[in-house]
Design a protein around this ligand. Structure first.
Ligand code: CA
Length: 230
């Protein structure tokens, strides 16, 4: 099997070196690009398995790079982890809207970045090996069955509303992926009814209660939304 390739788009040499070292030690092939322009052309030409993208870049900024990556067929579905400063919360939200899968704020631990890279690549491999439509999700004690529209926690049947089921399905089908409230609103309404984003919080807290001891599988991402624990 050939090595999985990670493209790192970042202009700070120290950070590039740190990421490269950490990922290569884990057996990944690492490509690096020091600006957005180069990053884009490398991404399209080499089609890496995953992209780590810093948002603060000279020239074309990271958000624009993200937008163009998603617009290009070669890179539209490549897992993408953004790197940001803590103060860039708005950028994180925009980046997720543009289709980034995850983000890490600087300073970050290289070990954690490696863990996230691995998790996203594993998820990608799983979804590629299973082309059939998923009808059942298991996370620890929790089993969601789409055909029966059922939730079981530790074997016990738990009543969910349709909206709650859709919300949980969306979160649990992509563990680790951060969902914004606005995305979850769509899952709650099926796209047609009007619902306020803060109502998502109400549904999430109801769902957590119903999950009992497994309620902590649903993780709050402050100021952004929710995810299912990896
Ligand atoms: Ca930078």
């Amino acid at each position: 099997m050939s090595k999985e390739t990670v493209l790192v788009i970042e202009d700070e040499p120290d950070i590039v070196e740190l990421i490269q070292y950490s990922l290569e030690r884990e057996g990944y092939l690492v490509l690096t690009a020091l600006d957005g322009e180069r990053g884009l052309s490398d991404a399209i030409a080499r089609e890496p398995d995953l992209i780590v993208l810093d948002l603060m870049l000279p020239g074309i900024d990271g958000l624009e790079v993200c937008r163009r990556l998603r617009d290009n067929e070669a890179t539209a579905a490549t897992p993408l982890i953004m790197l940001t400063a803590k103060s860039e919360e708005t950028d994180i939200v925009v980046g997720l809207e543009l289709g980034a899968d995850d983000y890490m704020t600087k300073p970050f631990s290289p070990r954690q970045l490696v863990a996230r890279v691995r998790a996203h690549l594993r998820r990608e491999a799983r979804s590629e090996s299973k082309k059939t439509v998923k009808t059942r999700i298991e996370r620890g004690d929790v089993v969601l069955d789409a055909e029966r529209h059922e939730l079981r926690v530790g074997g016990d049947l738990v009543e969910l509303t349709r909206a709650e089921f859709r919300l949980l399905w969306m979160l649990f089908s992509k563990p680790g992926r951060v969902f914004q409230r606005s995305e979850l609103v769509e899952s709650l309404t099926g796209g047609d009814a009007f619902i306020l984003e803060r109502n998502v919080d109400v549904h999430v807290s109801a769902v957590r209660k119903k999950l009992g001891a497994s309620g902590d599988l649903v993780v709050t991402i402050r100021g952004i939304g929710y995810k299912c624990r990896d």
